[in-house]
Structure formats: structure tokens, C-alpha cells
Write a protein that binds this ligand. Structure first.
Ligand code: FE
Ligand code: ZN
Ligand code: FE
Length: 195
């Protein structure tokens, strides 16, 4: 066992934090999937749930290879991000806007994880923990890929769909006052809509 105060000690602590974070996310991802209207977005959350279960198993291997007990330590950071996601899901958004907001919430979680695993990989390497470094790198790569997939969905039509929905709301609400400057982007957006 490491002495208190060493980098190894901090490393084990951060591993426990992420073990807890991943477990929290296995409860959140099904909710994000259920709240999604776009089938590809729903699928992205569902497939990341499966990856997350694999990441938990991978952390268990990391603990084993370090001769440490498998243990979580409450992760306040991901709890906060999940709470923000919950408030989004309580909002009365149209479907397209909700999808755009679910992506925003999901990407906050992915970036938190990317930061944590990036540190863990670097620390494992610095301390010569070769096998943990390799396992943690695999998870880091999965988190980055999940984040990129969400960006592709957002930029590949979901954001534009939400922007178009906002504009048709505007036109319904105040048809006389909107004017030409708002009508022009609408027609451009419609022809460019990839969905
Ligand atoms: Fe994860
Ligand atoms: Zn944390
Ligand atoms: Fe993740």
C-alpha cells in the first residue's frame, strides 16, 4: 500500500473517483437515451452505456493489477453534471431543441471524463504502471470517440433542426415584425438541412 501523500495515493483516489463516476453514468445514460427524439442520438447514448459498463470492468482490472481493492469514492463533479442534465430534461423544449441540449449535457460528462482519464494515463505512465496505463488509455480513447460522435450528430443536423424550430416559432409568434433579415437564413437552412 502506498503511503499517504504520494502520487500513487492520489492516483488510487482518482481511480476510485472515476469508478464511482462511471457507475453514476450507467444510471444517467439510459435517461438521456429515453429523452432523445433523434434515433441516432438515442443509439449513441445506448452504445455509450455499453462502453461505460466495459469501462467499469476495465477499472476493476486496473485495481487488480495494482493489488488494490475495488472501491468507489463519491464523485461530486459528475453528480453536478448529472444534476444539470436533469434540469435540462425537466424543461419544456421542443424535440429538436431537447436533442441539442441532451448533446450539450452528454458532452459535459465526456469532457469531464477525458480530463480525468488523461490525468490517470499520464500519472500511470510517470509511475511506470504499464498495464494500468494501457487500460486507461483504451477508456480515454472511447470517451474521445463518444464526444466526437456527439459533435457529429449536433453539427450534422440536430443543431440546425433546433435553430429552424426556433425560427418557425418566431414566425408564428410575430409574423409582421420579424422582417427580411430573419427570413433569409430560414430558406437557406431549409435547403441545407441534412436530415
Ligand atoms: Fe466513461
Ligand atoms: Zn470526481
Ligand atoms: Fe463517457
Amino acid at each position: 500500500m502506498a503511503e499517504a501523500g504520494t502520487l500513487h495515493n492520489a492516483f488510487i483516489d482518482e481511480l476510485r473517483d472515476m469508478y464511482d463516476a462511471e457507475k453514476q453514468l450507467t444510471k444517467e445514460l439510459p435517461k438521456l437515451a429515453k429523452a432523445s427524439s433523434n434515433p441516432k442520438l438515442r443509439q449513441a447514448f445506448e452504445s455509450h452505456l455499453q462502453e461505460t459498463q466495459g469501462q467499469i470492468a476495465r477499472l476493476e482490472k486496473v485495481f487488480a493489477s495494482l493489488d488494490e481493492k475495488v472501491r468507489g469514492k463519491h464523485c461530486d463533479g459528475i453528480t453536478g453534471i448529472i444534476e444539470e442534465g436533469k434540469s435540462i430534461m425537466e424543461e419544456d423544449f421542443n424535440d429538436a431543441t431537447m436533442d441539442a441540449c441532451l448533446i450539450a449535457a452528454g458532452q459535459r460528462a465526456e469532457h469531464y471524463e477525458m480530463a480525468a482519464y488523461g490525468t490517470l494515463v499520464a500519472w500511470a505512465q510517470a509511475m511506470g504502471h504499464t498495464e494500468p496505463a494501457k487500460l486507461l488509455r483504451q477508456t480515454l480513447d472511447e470517451e474521445k470517440a463518444a464526444d466526437k460522435k456527439l459533435s457529429r450528430l449536433a453539427e450534422g443536423g440536430i443543431n440546425q433542426g433546433a435553430a429552424d424550430a426556433a425560427q418557425s416559432d418566431d414566425e408564428d409568434a410575430e409574423p409582421a415584425t420579424v422582417g427580411a433579415s430573419k427570413k433569409t437564413p430560414t430558406s437557406k437552412a431549409k435547403s441545407g438541412n441534412r436530415r
